[in-house]
Design a protein. Structure first.
Length: 534
């Protein structure tokens, strides 16, 4: 393998420094696609046999009837989806199944390398402390799977140069780590090859593959729209076309068998670059559809690879002896791919670090006030007056939501990793969190020792925090007389109409990612406690 030096333009350049403003972060949950039940009838996310003769799932790469000279695996736009959460029985994706896919390829005796086109975190939460921890573990996961480069994307750049540089330096010191940041037109601290390289040439079997990374001009535009400050002493991004010309000049002497461009850009910009630089046989683009077309597009002779989003799919491209390329979009489903033990161990380490750092993940600065200004009391307090409603709730899965974080589903015992200290999971499995933002309300659930009374998905997640309501009710009972206007308003404020629940409440947790089977009318029957005065 050989690292290639970058050349820098003397023309106008983009100079950026990422300033952390507000709270951003990533979602742990993996996305879902509904499939028919596996032949064995097994459900959940436990260890699942890979495809066999009795499987009704289409075998992967079935048209690759001869051995490829080399296989390149491409991914990107994971947006923080490290592993399936288990909320849905048949979620696709996750590093654990991707690792099994990579191992299956290698077990065939094939020479394999892999690259990611960037976007590994979720933009809206990219600067949460949890996201920075996850970033490190996702990089380690890529390394364990045999990846040899991560193209910097919008989300990576939003982390900030200081974070990227320190993570790169720390990981590079670990034995066997080989996932450099790639971007031909990006420079840190005005110093070439410091924390980021532009290109590299890797040996895959007998094939010599040149890989160039590029931050597209469309990504730079998106970056500027986030309101970043500018400091060219920290980050410089040159225009894409100019940098590619320089990179190709250097690659000419390398006598590569294949040239690949990792383009973190909008698809139309990636296609325009493919047209202007036909030397690249493969252009891998970011920002495709969540589930891209199974067949690749071509610009002239250049294959445009779209990898999808959220880690549900990867793309395998085989280079065969006749110099032909074969492409396959591979869904990482539970029928063909097992939970790889290496990624289970990675997940355990990640969750252990979250537990160790938990006080830093949910401290006062990372907690928010509830829009009502009220505090949470807990379901047992509600039960003092609303015994009928409490009785129904206590028999629902909502009441035991936190237990599922430690146990998983039946059949997951061998691979499930305890997630009881993971803020992204606690947001829907406890009471008093903003489920979509994954931020704790200041009086919401903290941990099982300090706020056991808020464990599980309780009354107040739907009706709103009720501590003030309880105080008013107690005062009224003591004072007697007619209810005060304040008490009447408090009662009205906690009422929840069925239409409001459907439109505004349930979908905060039962969204497409975590509950793709969700049907409001069906689920409502399981939790409804209306029709009684209490």
């Amino acid at each position: 393998m050989q690292f290639l030096r970058k050349k820098f333009s003397t023309r106008q350049r983009y100079a950026l420094i990422i300033v952390t403003t507000g709270f951003l972060g990533t979602s742990l949950l993996s996305s879902c696609r509904e499939k028919t039940a596996s032949p064995s009838g097994e459900k959940g996310g436990g260890t699942v046999p890979t495809v066999n003769e009795t499987s009704q799932t289409t075998p992967m790469l079935k048209e690759w009837t001869t051995k490829p000279e080399a296989v390149l695996v491409f991914s990107g736009d994971e947006h923080g989806y490290l592993e399936p959460c288990g909320c849905s029985e048949r979620q696709s994706g996750g590093f654990a199944r991707r690792a099994d896919f990579m191992e299956q390829l290698k077990n065939r005796g094939w020479s394999v390398s892999a690259f990611d086109v960037g976007g590994i975190l979720k933009q809206e939460r990219v600067n949460y402390p949890q996201s920075k921890i996850k970033f490190r573990y996702m990089l380690r996961g890529l390394n364990q799977m045999g990846y040899q480069g991560l193209q910097l994307g919008l989300e990576e750049l939003l982390l900030g140069v200081d974070t990227l540089f320190s993570e790169n330096q720390n990981l590079a010191a670990e034995q066997g780590y080989d996932v450099p940041f790639l971007s031909e037109n990006v420079t840190f601290y005005r110093t070439e090859n410091l924390g980021v390289i532009g290109s590299r040439v890797v040996q895959v079997g007998e094939m010599k593959v040149g890989v160039v990374g590029m931050v597209g001009d469309s990504t730079v535009k998106s970056l500027l729209q986030t309101g970043t400050a500018i400091d060219e002493n920290v980050l410089i991004i040159d225009p894409a076309e100019e940098s590619l010309r320089s990179a190709l000049e250097e690659l000419k002497s390398e006598q590569t068998d294949l040239l690949v461009l990792l383009s973190h850009a909008e698809i139309d910009e990636s296609e325009a670059l493919a047209k202007k630089f036909p030397e690249f046989q493969i252009v891998v683009t970011a920002n495709s559809a969540e589930d891209p077309r199974s067949k690749p597009e071509y610009v002239g002779e250049t294959m445009i690879v779209q990898v999808g989003k959220k880690g549900k799919n990867v793309v395998a491209v085989g280079l065969f002896a006749d110099q032909k390329l074969k492409h396959e979009l591979v869904e990482l489903d539970m029928d063909r791919f097992a939970i790889h033990p290496d990624m289970t161990e990675l997940m355990k380490d990640y969750q252990e670090e979250l537990k160790d750092q938990y006080s830093q993940l949910v401290n006062e600065n990372l907690s928010i006030g509830h829009p009502t200004g009220n505090s949470f009391a807990g379901a047992k307090t509600c039960a003092e007056c609303h015994q009928y409603a409490y009785g129904i709730w206590s028999k629902t899965k909502h009441a035991h939501a936190i237990e599922s974080l430690t146990k998983g589903r039946p059949g997951q015992e061998s691979t499930w990793v305890d997630r009881a200290w993971d803020p992204e999971c606690l947001a829907c499995h406890t009471t008093g969190w903003d489920a979509q933002a994954a931020l704790r309300f200041k009086t919401g659930f903290l941990d099982v020792d300090q706020s056991q009374h808020l464990a599980g998905n309780q009354c107040e997640n739907c009706h709103g925090p009720a501590a003030e309501h309880v105080q008013l009710e107690e005062h009224w009972k003591t004072a007697g007389g007619a209810p005060t206007a304040e008490l009447i308003d408090a009662r009205k404020g906690l009422q929840l109409l069925k239409s409001e629940a459907e439109q505004k409440v349930c979908s905060k947790c039962h969204d497409y990612e975590n509950s793709p089977k969700f049907n409001f009318e069906t689920y409502w029957k399981e939790v409804s406690h209306s029709g009684r005065k209490n």
